[in-house]
Design a protein around this ligand. Structure first.
Ligand code: NAD
Ligand code: UD9
Length: 428
């Protein structure tokens, strides 16, 4: 297997061609491997095979085109097309159920597909973020389904993906990576495979350590954002701008406060702390409280909006509100767990009309001007770069009442003709 990796003749199947699987498949294809992407959504398969990406990410269109044109990447919905591969890389989603416990059904289905198609000696890599011990459990499932023995007849590794959407193709190359093997040999094989394009450092450990590391990273970020959000509440009490205070505090050599805002969204941060604490035997108050604080931010933003409407004598039930941004973060088209959607859900029914505009999200067509025309308030819910250069003087002229609520610290200088409120911005 090592030889086949080093001379690029190892055949790779990537299972799940979403935000992580498609870029991963593209990287291996452009590194010279023959890659088959297996994806259950047929429309996604067709789009990819026509050379077009179904997600928004810098550089993806040209890199995908190259991989399809050089014949190294092909997508399929037929499991027969991934029979007998050397390597299987699983990149399916690992969301939460409504009760906040992990929904591992996508992963289990993917593992079953692998078990039905793999050969003796295959290397199976789970890139998906999973609760601790999952890789070992999946190895046992494969043993039951195939009669193979893990570590002897097949290799298995958890290789967490740590890329940041918006910088995926740079971070795929330069981030450091962790390979958690069910045996040291499994980890070594995976490390040599990724070394074909990774320039960052690589580390080998057990699959359980690797699972915990990935979850700790996102929990660290979530807890830190919750702390920043608590500082934002304080800033409103003392009528100061929390961003000025954070900037000054961050001049301390050992302080790095995160940014408060309308909330924490995306496929990862809202669920990974739950994946970490779900099976654990104690309560983990801090981690759970951080989740609650971050989940409460859309409601805090609603309070800012409603008090501004009342200040200008606009009854909320008569208000027309324009929400700019639906994606969970700037310059992304991903709306999973988006605080913008939570905010809209919280005001719908309490105001007369909600209009939305997001240049990256399909189905929210129309210009900013159309969204704000006749509105009583504009709420910025996503930090898309284009929102930073909006001409508020011009937009204000189209509005019925000029209220601007900034949920993402997009507006540096509040426009003078508006009643301006921002999360953490105190009073203006
Ligand atoms: N999105 C990110 O920024 C990011 C970053 C790091 C890690 N992760 C982790 O990576 C994993 C994937 O996340 P994502 O954002 O790429 O999810 P995604 O929903 O964009 O992609 C998953 C894809 O897998 C497909 N799929 C589901 N079940 C399948 C099956 N049985 N066979 C074949 N295809 C199947 C889905 O249709 C989908 O296209 C998650 O565990 C996530 O936590 C995500
Ligand atoms: C540890 C870490 O870095 N993990 C990253 C993270 O990537 P992400 O795409 O989820 O992006 P984030 O920037 O974390 O944003 C999430 C939400 O939090 C809001 N936010 C952010 C910073 C802040 O100071 N204040 C905020 O309010 C933001 O608007 C958005 O809604 O998880 C990926 C998947 O596991 C990782 O691969 C990737 O490395």
């Amino acid at each position: 297997m090592l030889d086949r990796i080093e001379n690029r003749s190892a055949e790779i199947a990537v299972i799940g061609l979403g935000y992580i699987g498609l870029p991963t498949a593209i990287m291996f294809a452009n590194a010279g491997f023959r890659v088959t992407g297996y994806e259950i959504r047929k429309e996604v398969v067709e789009k990819i095979n026509s050379g077009k990406a179904h997600i928004v990410e810098p550089e993806i269109d040209s890199l995908l085109k190259r991989a399809i044109e050089n014949g190294n990447l092909r997508a399929t919905s037929d499991p027969e097309d991934i029979r007998g591969k050397d390597v299987y890389i699983i990149c399916v989603q690992t969301p939460l159920k409504d009760d906040k416990t992990p929904d591992l059904s996508y992963l289990e289905n993917a593992v079953k597909t692998v078990a039905n198609t793999m050969k003796k000696g295959s290397l199976i890599i789970i890139e998906s973020t999973v609760p601790p011990l999952t890789t070992v459990k999946m190895a046992t499932l494969i043993e039951e389904l195939t009669g193979f023995k893990a570590g002897r007849d097949f290799h298995m590794v958890h290789a967490p993906e740590r890329v940041m959407p918006g910088r995926i193709f740079k971070e795929l190359v330069y981030n450091s990576r962790i390979f958690g093997g069910i045996t040291p040999e499994s980890a070594e094989l995976a490390e040599s495979l990724y070394r074909t394009f990774v320039k960052g450092q690589t580390f080998k450990t057990s699959s359980t350590v690797s699972e915990v590391v990935k979850l700790m990273e996102n929990t660290f970020r979530d807890v830190n954002i919750a702390l920043a959000n608590e500082f934002a509440f304080l800033a409103h009490q003392y009528e100061i701008d929390v961003f000025e205070a954070i900037e000054l505090a961050n001049t301390h050599p050992r302080v790095r406060i995160h940014s408060p805002g309308i909330g924490v969204g995306g496929h990862c941060l809202p669920k990974d702390p739950h994946l970490l604490v779900w099976p654990a035997e104690r309560d983990f108050g801090l981690i759970r409280l951080a989740r609650e604080i971050n989940d409460s931010m859309p409601l805090f933003t609603k309070d800012l909006l409603f008090s501004a409407l009342r200040e200008l004598n606009v009854p909320p039930e008569d208000a027309v509100v324009a929400v700019l941004g639906l994606a969970y973060k700037g310059d992304s088209d991903d709306t999973r767990n988006s605080p913008a959607l939570a905010f809209i859900g919280a005001i719908e029914g309490d105001v007369a009309e909600v209009r939305t505009h997001d240049p990256f999200v399909g189905g929210s067509a129309g210009s900013v001007e159309e969204a704000v025309e006749g509105a009583d308030a504009v709420v910025i819910a996503t930090d898309h770069t284009v929102f930073k250069s909006l001409d508020w003087k011009k937009l204000g002229r189209l509005m019925r009442t000029r209220i601007l609520i900034d949920g993402r610290h997009v507006v540096e200088e509040p426009p003078k003709s508006f009643l301006f409120r921002g999360v953490g911005r105190g009073e203006y």
